[in-house]
Ligand binder design. Structure first.
Ligand code: A3P
Length: 321
């Protein structure tokens, strides 16, 4: 198996050498199946995508959290983990109090299968298993697309996503793109797991075609009415809140545990690097947590231009931002 794996990794490396590549001035991006693979770990993530496609064995009970980067993935990881495991872990005993959400729900292509790794014993994880991905819908592992596991997708207003991404990249240290460069690349689709419109449209269409398998969520909706969105999420995941749970205030309790203020200030979310050295620090996943921060970073013509691009890309889809 090891020999096969080595050969496969070699083939993947050869394939990667043939892919379109672009720079944003500080990082290289490789385009694979229409998706730009991101900043520091593009090759490892492409290897991860192909390896997960070949080896990941989805179970019908699996829950897959898919997202565009900087759209609320960390928040939704905390919410999904808490909702699904609420019988095992009541909020005051939650592993979230001592473990970063990105550890509790690992990424497939940039985590478990990164670099062509094949993780062992995934079938021994407690059910439902929880995984995350930034892959576009068309690049999801074959077994996910051909099973009836549930996929929850989250995205966010492109203006705030772009600004959030700019700050996140800066947490990696010096030599990151300035705001103008980030904006220009983002507007052309050249960002990690971009173009954002392809990511969003892929899951949007899938959610219309298979609403029982794909739930489409927006960061702004979570901010506006979290209790409603949590109920929608729990219903979709097949673990609706009971009347008793609602009366006991469990939804509010979970929402409080997963709130920006609580999570941001936990020791585990301030001082570690969840993906090890060279990765973003834990606190880079908690910056401001607001809707509309773009007004502080983008001028009116940048806003108008990006909204125009977004409207054109989403024309006729029924999607509005
Ligand atoms: P800002 O940079 O605008 O503050 P992701 O998790 O996909 O990387 O997205 C990160 C964004 O979600 C950041 O946005 C971050 O602050 C925000 N975020 C993280 N945890 C949150 C929470 N519990 N509630 C609301 N927003 C949160």
């Amino acid at each position: 198996i090891v020999k096969d794996q080595e050969e496969m990794n070699k083939k993947i490396e050869e394939l990667i050498a043939t892919l379109p590549v672009e720079s944003d001035g500080s990082a290289l991006f490789y385009q694979f199946k229409g998706c730009w693979y991101p900043n520091i770990y593009s090759i490892a993530a492409i290897q991860g995508t192909i390896t997960a496609d070949l080896h990941f064995e989805a179970q019908d009970s699996d829950i897959i959290l898919a997202s565009t980067p900087k759209s609320g993935t960390t928040w939704l990881k905390a919410l999904i983990f808490s909702i699904v495991n609420r019988k095992r872990f009541p909020p005051n005993k939650s592993p979230l109090l001592t473990t970063h959400p990105h550890i509790l729900i690992p990424f497939l292509e940039t985590g478990l299968y990164r670099n062509g790794n094949i993780p062992e014993n995934l079938d021994q994880l407690p059910k439902p298993r929880l995984f995350a991905t930034h892959s576009h819908f068309v690049s999801l592992p074959h077994s996910i697309r051909h099973s009836s596991c549930r996929i929850v997708y989250i995205c966010r207003n492109p203006l705030d996503t772009c600004v959030s991404l700019y700050h996140f990249r800066r947490s990696f240290g010096k030599n990151q793109p300035d705001m103008d460069t980030m904006y220009e690349k983002y507007s052309r689709g050249l960002t990690g797991f971009g173009p954002f419109w392809d990511s969003i449209l892929g899951y949007w269409k899938a959610s219309l075609e298979k609403p029982e398998e794909v739930l489409f969520m927006k960061y702004e909706d979570l901010k506006e009415d979290l209790v409603f969105e949590m109920k929608r999420l729990a219903n979709f995941l097949g673990v609706p809140f009971s009347v008793e749970e609602e009366e006991e205030g469990l939804i509010e309790e979970i929402s409080r545990l997963c709130s920006f203020e609580i999570l941001k200030n936990l020791e585990v979310n301030r001082t570690h690097k969840p993906y090890g050295e060279g990765s973003a620090p834990a606190n880079a996943f908690y910056r401001k947590g607001e809707v509309g921060d773009f007004v502080n970073h983008l001028n009116p013509s940048m806003v108008e231009n990006l909204m125009k691009i977004t409207q054109e890309k989403f024309a006729g889809s029924g999607l509005v931002f």
